[in-house]
Design a protein around this ligand. Sequence first.
Ligand code: NAG
Ligand code: NAG
Length: 202
Amino acid sequence: LTPAAQNLLVSLVLVQLARPDPNPSATTIAQTYNLARLLQANSTALLNTYLSAQGSPFSDPGFSAVGLRWAGVPVAPLPFLAWRTMGDAERLTRSYGAYAAFDAFLQLVWDDQAELCPGCSELLAMLGAARARTRGLLANLTSIMATMGIPAPPAADSLSLEATGVGAFERKCRGYVVCREYQGWIDRTVRDFTLLKAKYPA
Ligand SMILES: *[C@@H]1O[C@H](CO)[C@@H](O)[C@H](O)[C@H]1NC(C)=O
Ligand SMILES: *[C@@H]1O[C@H](CO)[C@@H](O)[C@H](O)[C@H]1NC(C)=O
């Protein structure tokens, strides 16, 4: 090879090396985004079905108690800049933590409703489906985090058995907060994955 040809070869090799690998998580990121988009309508329907099954005041038209919280239920809203400037690792770790908590809370709400409203088969089916989808989201998040080298948070069983020993009205309040924040988190996941999808195109 002439020196010129050698130079050309070296440059070609360097161009190959400099090209970033397509991100191996891109497909899972796109799948997670699609799943979250599909879940948006269902999480709104779950909240409305939940409220209408609880009787007054929950079923009253326009019922809302935005200030109501329940210890341990992950709160979705976040100031814009804090959300927008969050790094990938923190964004994914927080989502994982939230859905791990919803995995437990959706089971708890299912148990509460099976006792308080055994005839509410549609609501029970929706709660069961939401929990199954939550486990799917957790599987997706685990896979994305593993590929990106982000350590999975330790499995935390956030609920104590004492959670089962509360009165009917408190249970209804708790279920409302769980369904409302679950819906908020699905919306947040759509926004999170809109950002991630743009950053790691498939
Ligand atoms: C949304 O709910 C409908 C009816 O309950 C169900 O058939 C569908 O699979 C749900 N979609 C998702 C993404 O879970
Ligand atoms: C991610 O979720 C989608 C939709 O539920 C599923 O088809 C896919 O297998 C999941 N991928 C992983 C790696 O869990």
